[in-house]
Ligand binder design. Structure first.
Ligand code: ADP
Length: 190
């Protein structure tokens, strides 16, 4: 089983690369951002809980995220493996994920971290905001906030995987296909 953590700041290209990875390796995709947006559009209780955090670019509380991911993993029993996209975003989430996977006896194979300079990220997110309609992509203030949250709360997750010798950094600037080739080369060695 191949379990990949696709990591990186907002706008690094995780969603784009996930789509290509799913197709190539036949993996199930768990994007917590997509799951929350689905809950939001369906008006569920969970969506209501998450909305104010998401709109302002703060993290949804760990217990809400962890419960949602755990349910999703347990419901997809026929998966060949998972791509975790936008999760784990805190060390607490990373520890919880390890615990859930321990029960299924299929640990994380490795982390792939997309590295993109902050000025480039801001440019990409503002561009995406013009077409995506996402509230959190609409203002420079919200984008700056998300980058700050990433630095404070999410970046330590890469240390967590470094300690397990599972960290792989990839330059996330370049063509989509050239980045995908670099990611694939790393995965072949998992
Ligand atoms: P991006 O990577 O472009 O910022 P995502 O779609 O991954 O966007 O996430 C959008 C928002 O959803 C985040 O800003 C946050 O509020 C919430 N969210 C997504 N994943 C998590 C998570 N693992 N933990 C906490 N909040 C999350």
């Amino acid at each position: 089983m191949l379990n990949i953590v696709l990591f990186g700041p907002p706008g690094a290209g995780k969603g784009t690369q996930s789509e290509k990875l799913i197709e190539k390796y036949q993996l199930n995709h768990i994007s917590t951002g997509d799951l929350f947006r689905k809950h939001l559009s369906e008006g569920t209780e969970l969506g209501k809980k998450a909305q104010k955090f998401m709109d302002d670019g703060f993290l949804v509380p760990d217990e809400v995220v962890i419960g949602m991911v755990e349910d999703k993993i347990k419901s997809e029993t026929d998966a060949k493996g998972f791509i975790f996209d936008g999760f784990p975003r805190t060390v607490k989430q990373a520890e919880a994920l390890d615990n859930v996977l321990k029960a299924t006896d299929t640990p994380i194979s490795g982390m792939i971290a997309l590295e993109v300079p902050f000025e480039e990220l801001k440019k990409r997110l503002l561009e995406r905001g013009k077409i995506s309609g996402r509230v959190d992509d609409q203002s420079e203030e919200k984008i700056n906030n998300r980058i700050q949250v990433y630095l404070d709360e999410t970046l330590p997750v890469s240390e967590y995987y470094k300690q397990q010798s599972k960290f792989n950094g990839i330059n996330g600037v370049g063509s989509i296909d050239s980045i995908f080739e670099k990611i694939s080369a790393v995965i072949e060695n998992f």
